[in-house]
Design a protein around this ligand. Structure first.
Ligand SMILES: Nc1ncnc2c1ncn2[C@@H]1O[C@H](COP(=O)(O)OP(=O)(O)OP(=O)(O)O)[C@@H](O)[C@H]1O
Ligand SMILES: [Mg+2]
Length: 473
């Protein structure tokens, strides 16, 4: 007779894993030669109240197993004890003839549990037999198997929960990543645009200085020359025939009269180019990371200048009118390069919207006087596309910039999502959906301001920026 137990710990105290096998469970290994009398079993079961069963052997070879339950069940019948207590256990075993449930020791606890539960109802609580690689048999109490299974079940739930939490974290991480990426992308886009604009401004600046500088001298020289000619004509009214012909052929009188106008318009042209160069430089503000105290209106104006060519709809030949209502703003401490990005995005959105169609109503917030109607259309009055830019200083000392268009407006469901990165209603290739999310970051996160939208379908849209006069960060 041999009694060994590998571990008598209760299964509920074991630290099991999802892939734990039967090896890890407490196993009883009590073997008894089957030629011994039946009352040996009785003694053993009484000595060891937790013993679930005893393995029967013959000449060291495995024969079967008698469980505590089956044994006492049978012994409680009349005459059983008398009949079998002195006879060999082998006799009793042939009477009991139970079906054995044998698993190899590397069977998963969960799998063994599943199969063991499929046994017929009268056998379902029988202990199971575990066969080791070396061919030894052990007995596992079914109760312990159930406990282990319950523990693994709980573990599975915890791990599932953890996986879910991790996937939530991963999702949040992905969102952050996407946001960072969008910020980088937009910054790069703007930096590239800024560099291009700055480059052009620089290239144009030199030749225009050259022209503008010389134009002053040219004007003086021409005036002098015209003076000399006029003096000649005064003192020599009768010139030789060749000169008279040349005067007639060149229409000297007309030239004399026209040249000052021509010079003035060249001068105006030069001034206009110089102004454009100044605006381009202002817009590009390559030092955009620097904080500065600036005039907000300059930023809006230079952005409008950049967008100038987009204000005319070449298909319908109808221009978008820009109405400026600038208030008396103090200089604002801000990141001017970034604010220009915001004006650019908001104005570009308004232009896109107006190109897509115009609402039937008046400017969302504009005054009646701004609504220029176009008569002569058979179906009544029609509005002209317009963008109204208003700036004011609020009572809370905040600078408020409102950009309104009388485009088609934004439906409620789009309004909910328009500030989300990558949200766009524009066709693929036309919109990245980054514009407004970047604006939001710049205004709210970078300047501690507010960005909101008021829109009515069919009337138009207004984007409202509020900035503290001194940027928070
Ligand atoms: N003034 C507006 N009128 C109507 N819809 C607008 C207006 N401004 C924004 N939207 C809506 O909000 C969406 C998101 O705007 P956002 O500027 O973020 O992206 P986008 O203009 O589509 O693309 P991107 O600016 O990156 O080229 C637009 O696709 C459009 O549907
Ligand atoms: Mg946009």
């Amino acid at each position: 007779m041999r009694l060994t137990t590998r571990s008598m710990t209760d299964a509920s105290e074991l630290s099991l894993q999802l892939d734990s096998t039967l090896q890890e469970l407490p196993v009883w290994e009590l073997e008894i030669e089957q030629h011994l009398p039946g009352n040996t079993l009785l003694r053993l079961f009484e000595q060891e109240p937790l013993l679930p069963g005893i393995i029967l052997i013959q000449n060291q070879e495995f024969v079967g197993m008698i469980s505590r339950r089956r044994f006492f069940e049978y012994m409680s019948r009349p005459y059983s004890l008398g009949l079998f207590s002195l006879r060999p256990i082998a006799n009793l075993y042939t009477f009991l003839q139970t079906q054995l449930c044998i698993f190899s020791e590397d069977t998963l606890i969960v799998a063994a549990n599943q199969l063991a539960l499929k046994r017929s109802p009268e056998l379902v609580y029988e202990p199971i037999l575990v066969k080791s690689k070396s061919g030894n048999y052990g007995i596992v109490d079914f109760h312990q198997l159930l406990l282990a299974n319950a523990q693994i079940h709980a573990l599975t739930l915890t791990q599932l929960q953890r996986v879910e939490e991790q996937s939530q974290l991963a999702k949040a991480g992905f969102r952050d990543l996407k946001q960072n990426y969008s910020r980088l992308l937009q910054n790069e886009k703007m930096a590239a645009l800024g560099q291009l604009v700055a480059g052009i401004a620089h290239e144009v600046n030199n030749p225009i200085n050259f022209i503008a500088g010389n134009l002053v001298h040219a004007t003086n020289y021409i005036h002098d020359l015209l003076n000399v000619i006029s003096l000649y004509r005064q003192h020599y009214p009768e010139a030789v025939a060749e000169i008279e012909t040349a005067i007639a052929q060149t229409d000297l009188d007309f030239i004399t009269e026209d040249i000052p106008k021509l010079l003035t318009s060249m001068q105006t042209g030069c001034e206009r180019i110089e102004e454009i160069v100044r605006s381009l430089r202002n817009f590009s503000r390559l030092d955009e990371s620097a904080r500065k105290t600036v005039n907000i209106h300059e930023g809006i104006d230079s952005t409008l200048l950049i967008l100038h060519s987009r204000l005319k709809n070449h298909k319908t030949d109808q221009s978008i009118s820009i109405i400026k209502e600038y208030g008396n703003l103090p200089p604002v401490d801000c990141y001017p390069g970034l604010l220009n990005q915001v004006f650019m995005n908001l104005l570009a959105n308004a232009i896109d919207a107006l190109e897509a169609g115009i609402g039937n109503g008046e400017l969302a917030v504009g005054k009646e006087s701004h609504c220029i109607t176009e008569s002569g259309l058979s179906n009544g009055k029609r509005l002209r596309p317009q963008i109204l830019i208003q700036t004011t200083i609020t009572d809370e000392q905040q600078v408020m910039i409102r950009i309104a268009d009388n485009g088609p407006g934004i439906p409620e469901d789009v309004q909910q999502r328009m500030f989300d990165p990558f949200f766009t209603t524009k066709p693929v290739g036309q919109g990245t959906g980054l514009g407004l999310s970047i604006c939001y970051q710049i205004i709210v996160e970078k300047h501690g301001g507010q960005l909101s939208c008021v829109s009515t379908v069919g009337q138009g849209t207004e984007l409202i920026i509020k900035l503290p006069v001194t940027a928070l960060r």
